[in-house]
Design a protein around this ligand. Structure first.
Ligand code: P53
Length: 488
């Protein structure tokens, strides 16, 4: 049985959902310079080079410090209007309430509160917008679950300070957190610091130029410190606050029982996820990363009280995303897929989504157990779901039984983890409950929602909201607190 008061809802992020990018005094974020993948495949950021030519770079590519971010009028930038939650929040929250949501995961856009990021005074209009959103949620019995930073940052902090490589970012971030913790005290109790902290890479999310491995770890160190201080601040401002981390739970399997494969999978799992949850849940750097820095002569500058900050800033819970699993191999002829020469193989036991993401419901039970065995703190599944193309029938109905099947199979595994393994699971917020822009591709046609948004990849469409079959199905799931899931 799922516990009484289990949190059922859905998840979104400002840069993919909110829009209104210049409204209400909002400033530009790094995510606002990211094009639609169908125009520059894959998605890229636009810059001006030294000769004033517009150039495009992937978020993971090295951005020379001489480049300046710029918006190209001939391009479509999906974050600018996203699916316009900014003007549709009342309608969207009413739809969530109709499904029976008792929570809603969303992120605050940092530049709506501090347009440049280094101001002393916040932007009142931005604060007011989230007051309206939270009040609307609470009026419907929906508890907001808020990500403080989801894949964006003030562009100014990237251009002027070199993003998270600069230690000053910690104070700017804390000032932003203090502002929202204070303002929304009594309205929000569940917070998460950095979305998918283990996936922050390069310019996109770190805002760092001339990136290299040492700069990467330095930036990550600053983020760890910022996060740990945020946890402490959250508790100080309101002892009722629960501040969690957010991990992309990239589940990996070794391809064979050859110890070489098993050893490689262990190392990849550390690099891709455990480093981040180890630091944030245990409060110190694990020995394997310290040894790696020593071996590679990577010097991460730390201040005297940083170790204590990490220890005093352990998170209250783990929020994690789970979509699929992957296979790690040492086979020489396998393709290198995840960067850093990590080789992956196809899992012959699993089917794939249209976007080639393996579908692995049991992997969710395994993930819950891996994290529970390692940390023994409460967990919330804050993202899960199937990205798929939907077809609207002439009567406006949408028959997304593939999505229902995916979610049912995953919730069944969640239930097993609770009932048979005793993991402490407190909530479930499937991704993109109302259709929104894909983070990976910038597409609209890769949809996750229970609610369809009438809009295409180039941003055309009336943005009308339509209920899919999964809408009525999820409402039934919530009504029985998930306990009758096998029969739904
Ligand atoms: P999209 C890659 C792998 C796992 C999770 O992804 C990921 C990504 C980034 O694409 O991101 C999370 O939209 C992220 C969301 C994102 C969601 O997964 O590419 O937290 O912002 O939309 C789904 O299908």
């Amino acid at each position: 049985m799922f516990k009484e008061g289990f949190l059922w809802g859905g998840a979104t992020a400002a840069n993919q959902y909110e829009g209104g990018y210049l409204e209400g005094g909002r400033g530009l974020a790094t995510s606002d310079t990211k094009t639609n993948g169908s125009l520059t495949r894959p998605r890229k950021h636009s810059f001006l080079d030294e000769d004033n030519n517009i150039v495009y770079l992937r978020g993971s590519e090295k951005v020379p410090s001489s480049y300046k971010a710029v918006l190209d009028e001939t391009m479509y930038y999906p974050s600018h209007q996203a699916v316009d939650f900014y003007h549709h929040y009342k309608e969207d929250i009413a739809l969530m309430a109709e499904m029976g949501f008792n929570c809603f995961r969303m992120s605050i856009s940092w530049t709506r509160i501090f347009p440049k990021g280094d101001e002393t005074e916040p932007n009142e209009e931005g604060l007011k917008f989230y007051d309206n959103v939270f009040d609307e949620c609470l009026a419907h019995g929906i508890q907001p679950v808020v990500t403080l930073n989801h894949f964006d940052m003030p562009l100014h902090l990237s251009e002027e300070y070199d993003g998270w490589y600069n230690r000053k970012l910690i104070d700017f971030f804390l000032h932003y957190c203090e502002t929202v913790f204070t303002r929304y005290k009594g309205k929000v109790n569940y917070w998460m610091t950095f979305n998918e902290i283990n996936l922050l890479r390069g310019y996109d999310t770190l805002g760092v130029h001339d990136m290299n491995e040492e700069k990467y770890y330095q930036a990550v160190h600053h983020i760890f410190i910022a996060s740990a201080k945020t946890v402490q601040l959250g508790h100080k401002i309101d002892p009722e606050n629960k501040v969690g981390m957010m991990l992309a739970h990239i589940l990996t399997y070794p391809e064979t029982c050859n110890p070489d494969d098993v050893e490689m999978e262990m190392m990849v799992a550390r690099r891709l996820k455990y480093l981040f949850s180890d630091v944030q849940c245990r409060g110190y750097y694990p020995s394997y990363v310290l040894k790696e820095w020593e071996r590679k002569q990577i010097c991460v500058n730390q201040e005297e009280d940083d170790a204590k900050t990490l220890l005093d800033g352990k998170v209250d819970y783990i929020g994690f995303s789970y979509y699929n699993s992957g296979v790690i191999t040492t086979r020489k002829d396998a393709k290198s897929a995840l960067g850093n020469g990590i080789k992956t193989a196809t899992n012959p036991y699993l089917k794939e989504s249209a976007w080639k993401w393996p579908i692995d419901p049991k992997g969710l039970r395994i993930s819950l157990n891996l994290l529970w065995d390692r940390y023994q703190i409460p967990m919330m599944i804050v993202e899960n779901g199937l990205g798929a193309e939907d077809h609207v029938e002439s009567d406006g109905s949408i028959h997304d039984d593939y999505r229902i099947d995916y979610l049912r199979d995953h919730i069944i595994q969640m239930k097993k983890a609770v009932e048979e393994d005793g993991v402490d699971l407190i909530g479930y917020t499937p991704w993109g409950c109302i259709d929104l822009v894909s983070a990976g591709t910038g597409e609209m046609k890769k949809r996750y929602g229970f609610v369809y948004v009438d809009m295409d990849d180039e941003g055309n469409g009336a943005k009308n909201r339509l209920k899919k079959d999964s809408f009525y199905w999820y409402k039934k799931v919530i009504a029985c607190n998930g306990n009758d899931i096998e029969n739904l």
